[in-house]
Design a protein around this ligand. Structure first.
Ligand code: GLU
Length: 345
């Protein structure tokens, strides 16, 4: 399979994806071949900005797809836990929307993509808002909007939110959290700056702590696929039937993932892959095929833009192979949905 291969006709895509349940499924064969081939690509560098992350095995590679009717196909290290890092930003933003409502959230955090680095200390000159919730400043300001009577309750609510998306109990990696907190001077500076401008409240230090905790939540590639499928499924976890976020707010989260989710590659990602996605520095990527399913990838070596090398390649090939670009008319995603719906009738 080459990235230059044209997308197959829609009926072929529908036929392929419609047979996902079968052990002999061609989708399974495509994923297996993709996983095998990309496993051999050892380009990229594991993040080392905190010692804990530098311990990751560069060979780890898990690839999982979960559909809105709960089918899963996966290969490789899909059960290997890693810290969610920046991927959490999309989900915590959704939680802030649920807790405070759209207008209150927009008053504190913008929705504009920025060409600046994810950790840049830049606020909008007129409004003093951080540009969007996918850069660190915006994510820290978003944390300040999470409800709870005290800090432990806010942490518990956040963990429960991620648990609902994953459909299983989840935990914080304490040593990564301590590392993040100990080395997070830049993030601390941003929090102080935003406090200075009134964009964060009196408890801004606790909110920063919450941000370090959210980044240190342990997930797997399988979890990311289910989390993506939950967003694809209008906010309901397809495996448990539990609602994680209102359908109304899903579109706001997905819009920001599409425009701002992949660091400084966000524009090219939207152009080439065309799926709302979010990546994290530990090597995870979650991509959403709206109305169809979620893709979860984990592989620690990162490219120069900070995205998982194998993760970007896997999603790019899957999108091209199955015609998943969400702005393409009659995309393969629609065909998958039709095939799945037809089977249930
Ligand atoms: N915890 C990281 C930080 O704030 C997030 C890194 C990332 O995944 O982008 O620096």
């Amino acid at each position: 399979m080459s990235t230059n291969q044209p997308a197959p006709p829609i009926d072929e895509v529908g036929a392929l994806l419609g047979r996902m349940r079968s052990a002999a499924s061609p989708v399974r064969d495509v994923l297996r071949e993709l996983h095998e081939r990309l496993s051999k690509d050892d380009s990229g560098e594991v993040a080392t900005y905190i010692p804990e992350l530098a311990k990751a095995n560069p060979g780890w590679f898990g690839l999982s797809i979960c559909t809105v009717d709960g089918n899963t196909i996966e290969f490789g290290d899909v059960s290997q836990p890693f810290t969610i890092q920046s991927i959490s930003k999309a989900f915590v933003y959704g939680m802030a929307l649920e807790d405070r409502g759209l207008e209150n959230v927009l008053a504190k955090v913008g929705v504009e993509p920025t060409g600046d680095a994810f950790n840049s200390i830049v606020l909008d000159e007129i409004s003093n808002r951080p540009f969007n919730p996918m850069v660190n400043a915006g994510a820290i300001a978003t944390c300040d909007l999470i409800n709870g009577a005290d800090h432990p309750e806010r942490v518990a609510r956040m963990l429960n939110m991620i648990r609902t998306y994953c459909g299983r109990e989840i935990h914080i990696d304490h040593s990564v959290f301590l590392s993040e907190r100990m080395t997070g001077h830049r993030n601390r500076a941003m929090a102080h700056l935003m406090r200075n401008f009134g964009m964060m409240g009196e408890k801004f230090e606790e909110s920063l702590e919450l941000y370090f905790q959210q980044c240190s939540i342990l997930v797997t590639a399988s979890d990311l696929a289910v989390m993506g499928a939950t967003l694809a499924n209008a906010g309901v976890n397809p495996k448990t039937g539990e609602r994680a976020i209102s359908a109304d707010n899903v579109k706001y989260v997905l819009s920001l993932m599409l425009t701002c989710g992949m660091y400084d590659y966000a524009g090219e990602w939207a152009f080439r892959v065309g799926l709302p996605a979010k990546s994290g520095v530990a090597g995870g990527i979650v991509a959403v095929i709206p109305g169809v399913g979620g893709i979860g990838v984990f592989s620690p070596p990162l490219d120069a833009k900070g995205n998982s090398v194998r993760g970007v390649r896997a999603c790019t090939e899957l999108s091209q192979r199955f015609g998943l670009h969400c702005l393409a008319t009659g995309s393969g995603g629609n065909a998958l949905l039709e095939a799945l719906t037809a089977r249930r009738r």
